[in-house]
Design a protein around this ligand. Sequence first.
Ligand SMILES: [Zn+2]
Length: 286
Amino acid sequence: MLAMHSSRATRASLALLAVGLTGMVATAALGASGGDRSPIEPARSPKPAAAVATQRLGHDQAAQASSPASPAPEASEPPAVRLPACRYRDQATRFGQPRYWKKTLLDTNLRLARTYQPWDLVSVSRAGLRGSGLVRQKVIADLTALASAARAAGKPLAVRSAYRSYQTQVATFASWVARSGYEQALKFSARPGHSEHQLGTTMDFTTAPGVPLSTDFGASPAGRWLAANSWRYGFIMSYPRGMRRVSCYGYEPWHFRYVGRELAALIHESGQVPRRYLWEHFESVP
Ligand SMILES: [Zn+2]
């Protein structure tokens, strides 16, 4: 997570800041993050100027700008299920108790309470994974299967970070505000309560302990294997590449959330970004 980035990464991020956010590439690289996006990662898919401008607009302007450019399938959707634009607000998510862990939708607007804390956290080492972090006990069986399958495929995985308490998110975000100001902090780190890591079902994978998070993981053999197979074990990639407007966050090929095998298969088959699927099937359902 960001608070634990090496000083090297911090210097790199500050250097990027120095480049200035008027540059398209810098803007894309420093775009909104799920809370653990490495600030040194390259902008692998620079957005068209209009899209970048939208990201940098105030949230109301962004909402207006995104409507006409929405993908075709949205045109036939009834208004009730239209996915909201990504706004920095603080609305309580509908399924905001730990027992609703599969349905809980979190984004730049929807958040968990500060009191949300899973009661059954255990070490990821119980799944035979290297690295560190805590996940809910209910994740362990399928995480063990995932880790075992990855090893069998010759793509061993490690966990960089998993459960993150509300208090940890407060400290992380505050450190970024102190360093870079509030507006920039928004782009480096999820605001407290908005991170899927608070669910206790979400983790960041790397190829080995100590390897920093990078979009390069997505192109690595392990990252490709994970992207193609995670759903079979109940894990979904929350922030796929090129889907920032839908997911609210830039590409995070390391960040996976456990939703159970049944729901993961449904989301996989739908071809939808998890945020859209959860919105349409749970959050917005009357
Ligand atoms: Zn993450």
